[in-house]
Design a protein around this ligand. Structure first.
Ligand code: M6R
Length: 595
C-alpha cells in the first residue's frame, strides 16, 4: 500500500521518479506527488487521483537532480490534494508508506508545542514530529523521532539544509535501494528500479539510509555505520511491462503455462521436503488469494500425506489465541512477502517456537527474510492487483510439497510420487488448452453480465476453486459474488437463487460428480442460470447447464490449476464489459502492508 521512490544523481530526477511511480501505481492510486530540489529550493507538486493527473500538472517539467515521490492508498484521510504526499514543514519534506498508529497521541503533543495541521494524515504528524526533533543532525534526529512512532512505515525524507541528500528507513514496510550508473535510488518494490539495475540493497528494519548522488550509506538502529551486501533479483525489466497486452492481468493470466512450468521444474529438481522430520500438523496462514491456495493445499496434504492441516486467515490467526502443539509446522503463503497480517502471523508462530516456512514470490521480501525456511514461487513480477499467476504457482509448489510429504510419510511409493509429479509437469500444456477457450469464456461472461450477483458452487477442490473464482470476479467487476460449498447451498444460500440468477457450478471431481449434479439440478429447479465447469469426457445430461466449459482431465487434486485460468478470464471479461479498470480496481492495492 502506497509506493515511494527517491533519486539523487546527475540526471534530471522527474522522469525517473514518475517512471518509478508508474511501476508502483499498483500499490495505490488515490493520489500522487513529488518533491524535487531545483537548485535553490525543494518544490512540491501533488494531486488527488491517478499518476496521469500528476504528469499533467507537471507537463512543464520540474528541474532538479534529487527528489522523492509517492503514490497513495488512502488510510488516514480521504483521497484529496491536501492529504496527498509529500508532507512537510519549512525544514523538511517526506513521503510515507504504512501507518503511524499513535499519530493522534503525537499530534496532541505537537499541538501543545504550537504546531498546526492542514491534512487528516498520520504522515503530516510524522513530518512535524520529525521537525520538532530536528537538531541539524539527520541521523540522530530521525532516530529520536522514530523511537516515538508505533506502527509500520517506510519513509523517504529531504531536509532542506541538505537538499541533495535523501534519508530513508523502513520499519515493517518494504524498501529497497540501489546505486546505479544513473545515480542512487530507493523504492518500495523491485519493478520500480528494474529498468536501471537488478542488484539491490535490502535495508533491515530500523536501519537508516543516507542517499547521495554517488553513494548510499547505511546506519544501524544504534546510529553506527553498517555494511550492506547486494542481492540480485532474478526478474527482467520486460517482465514488468505489459508486453502488448491491454492489461497486466491478461498478460499475467497468459503467463501461467510458462511460470507454472518453471516452478514445477524447480521443485522437481529440488525435491522439496519441508524438514527432516515430518510435521504432525501443519498450520497455514495467509490472506486473500494466497489463503485460497492454502485451502487447496490443505486438501492435497491431508489426502496425499495424511497430515492434518489447519488453514487460517492471517488477520484472524494473529488476534486469537491459536493453540500450538508439539510437531506443528507453520506455512505462510504470500505473493508479495510483505502482507502485514501474514507477516504478523509468521512472527506469532516464530515466537511460539514453531518451525516456519514462507512460500513467497518476491525475493528478499520481509517474509522471505524472516521465515526459518523459504520456498520460492517463480511467477515473476505480478503487477495487476488481482492475483492470477501467483495463485497457480502457489498451487504447483504446494502440490509438489504435498507429494514430497506423502513420500516422507510413507503414504506414497516413489513410483506413485513420480506419477503425480509427471502429471504436475503436464499441467502447463493443459493450462494452454484452457486459455484457448477465452472466446467461449468471454461469451459466457456476456451472457451473465446483466446480473449484479453471481454464485459459485463446488465440492472439495472445486469449493476451493469456487472461493478463489468468486474473489476474482467481485474484486475486479464489482459484481456481488459468493462462493458456497455445493452441499451447503440448501442450508440457506439457495433462498437467494431466483429466475436467472447466475450460478457457476464447478464440478470437476469424478468421485463427487453425481453429488454436484444433484446440487446443480436443485439450482436449475429454482430458475438459476448455470455455467458448468467439468472435466472433458464427462457425460452431462441434457438441460443441466446453460453454458458448459470443459477442462482437460487431470488428477482431481490438481483441477484448480485449470479451473482458475478459466475463471480468471471470466472475471476479466465480466469486468471489461462493465468498463472497470481491471488492473487497478477501486479501493484496492496490490501489496497490503497495513492492517
Ligand atoms: O501478497 P500476498 O499474496 O500476501 O497478498 C494477499 C492478498 O492481499 C491478495 O491475494 C489479494 O487478495 C488479491 N487482491 C487477490 O487477487
Amino acid at each position: 500500500m502506497c509506493g515511494i521512490v527517491g533519486y539523487s544523481g546527475k540526471k534530471s530526477c522527474l522522469p525517473i521518479l514518475l517512471g518509478g511511480l508508474e511501476k508502483l501505481e499498483y500499490r495505490g492510486y488515490d493520489s500522487a506527488g513529488v518533491a524535487v530540489y531545483d537548485g535553490s529550493k525543494v518544490k512540491t507538486v501533488k494531486t488527488q487521483g491517478r499518476l496521469v493527473l500528476l504528469r499533467e500538472k507537471l507537463r512543464n517539467g520540474l528541474p532538479g537532480t534529487c527528489g522523492i515521490g509517492h503514490t497513495r492508498w488512502a488510510t488516514h484521510g480521504a483521497p484529496s490534494d491536501v492529504n496527498s504526499h509529500p508532507h512537510g514543514t519549512d525544514r523538511l519534506t517526506l513521503v510515507h508508506n504504512g501507518i503511524i498508529e499513535n499519530y493522534s497521541e503525537l499530534k496532541e503533543e505537537l499541538t501543545q508545542k504550537g504546531y498546526s495541521f492542514i491534512s487528516q494524515t498520520d504522515t503530516e504528524v510524522a513530518a512535524k514530529f520529525l521537525d520538532a526533533c530536528y537538531d541539524g543532525d539527520p541521523i540522530s534526529s530521525i532516530r529520536k523521532a522514530v523511537s516515538h512512532f508505533r506502527g509500520s512505515y517506510a519513509l523517504a525524507i529531504i531536509f532542506f539544509d541538505r537538499p541533495n541528500t535523501i534519508y530513508a528507513l523502513r520499519q515493517g514496510s518494504p524498501l529497497i535501494a540501489a546505486d546505479t550508473e544513473e545515480g542512487s535510488m530507493i523504492a518500495s518494490d523491485i519493478p520500480a528500479l528494474l529498468e536501471y539495475t537488478r542488484d539491490f540493497y535490502l535495508p533491515d528494519e530500523g536501519e537508516i539510509l543516507e542517499i547521495t548522488e554517488n553513494n548510499i550509506r547505511f546506519f544501524d538502529s544504534g546510529g553506527n555505520p553498517a555494511e550492506k551486501k547486494k542481492v540480485t533479483a532474478n526478474w527482467s525489466a520486460e517482465a514488468a511491462e505489459k508486453g502488448g497486452y491491454p492489461h497486466f492481468m491478461l498478460k499475467e493470466i497468459y503467463e501461467q503455462p510458462e511460470v507454472v512450468s518453471l516452478t514445477v521444474k524447480t521443485y522437481l529438481t529440488e525435491k522439496c521436503k519441508l524438514s527432516e522430520k515430518p510435521a504432525k500438523r501443519i498450520l497455514i496462514s495467509a490472506c486473500g488469494t494466497a489463503m485460497h491456495a492454502g485451502i487447496a493445499a490443505k486438501q492435497a496434504i491431508e489426502e496425499l500425506a495424511g497430515i492434518p492441516v489447519v488453514v487460517d486467515i492471517a488477520s484472524e490467526f494473529r488476534y486469537r489465541s491459536p493453540v500450538f502443539c508439539e510437531g506443528d509446522q507453520f506455512i505462510v503463503i504470500s505473493q508479495s512477502g510483505e502482507t502485514a497480517d501474514s507477516l504478523a502471523a509468521l512472527r506469532l508462530a516464530k515466537k511460539a517456537g514453531i518451525p516456519t516456512i514462507g512460500l513467497v514470490n518476491v525475493q528478499g521480501s520481509s517474509i522471505a527474510r524472516e521465515a526459518d525456511h523459504v520456498l520460492y514461487t517463480y511467477a515473476g513480477p505480478e503487477i495487476a492487483v488481482a492475483s492470477t499467476k501467483a495463485y497457480n504457482v502457489q498451487l504447483a509448489a504446494l502440490f509438489a510439497v504435498s507429494i514430497a510429504l506423502a513420500v516422507q510419510n510413507g503414504r506414497l511409493s516413489e513410483e506413485e510420487a513420480d506419477w503425480y509429479l509427471s502429471e504436475l509437469a503436464a499441467m502447463p500444456e493443459k493450462i494452454k488448452k484452457v486459455l484457448a477457450l477465452e472466446k467461449e469464456v468471454a461469451e459466457a461472461a456476456k451472457r451473465f453480465n446483466a446480473s449484479d450477483h453471481c454464485f459459485f458452487i463446488g465440492r472439495g477442490m472445486d469449493y476451493a476453486a469456487a472461493q478463489e473464482s468468486s474473489l476474482k470476479l467481485k474484486e475486479i467487476s464489482y459484481i456481488h459474488s459468493e462462493a458456497c460449498a455445493a452441499g451447503e447451498l440448501k442450508h440457506g444460500t439457495i433462498s437467494l437463487i431466483t429466475e436467472g440468477t447466475p450460478v457457476v457450478a464447478i464440478a470437476t471431481h469424478p468421485r463427487l460428480w453425481e453429488k454436484s449434479l444433484s446440487n446443480i439440478l436443485e439450482v436449475r429447479a429454482r430458475g438459476g442460470a448455470v455455467l458448468l465447469v467439468c472435466q472433458e469426457n464427462v457425460p452431462v445430461p441434457e438441460g443441466t447447464a446453460d453454458i458448459l466449459l470443459r477442462i482437460p482431465s487431470c488428477p482431481p487434486l490438481f483441477t484448480p490449476m485449470l479451473t482458475l485460468p478459466l475463471m480468471q478470464l471470466y472475471a476479466y471479461h465480466s469486468a471489461i464489459l462493465r468498463g472497470c479498470d481491471v488492473d487497478k480496481p477501486r479501493n484496492l492495492a496490490k501489496s497490503v502492508t497495513v492492517e
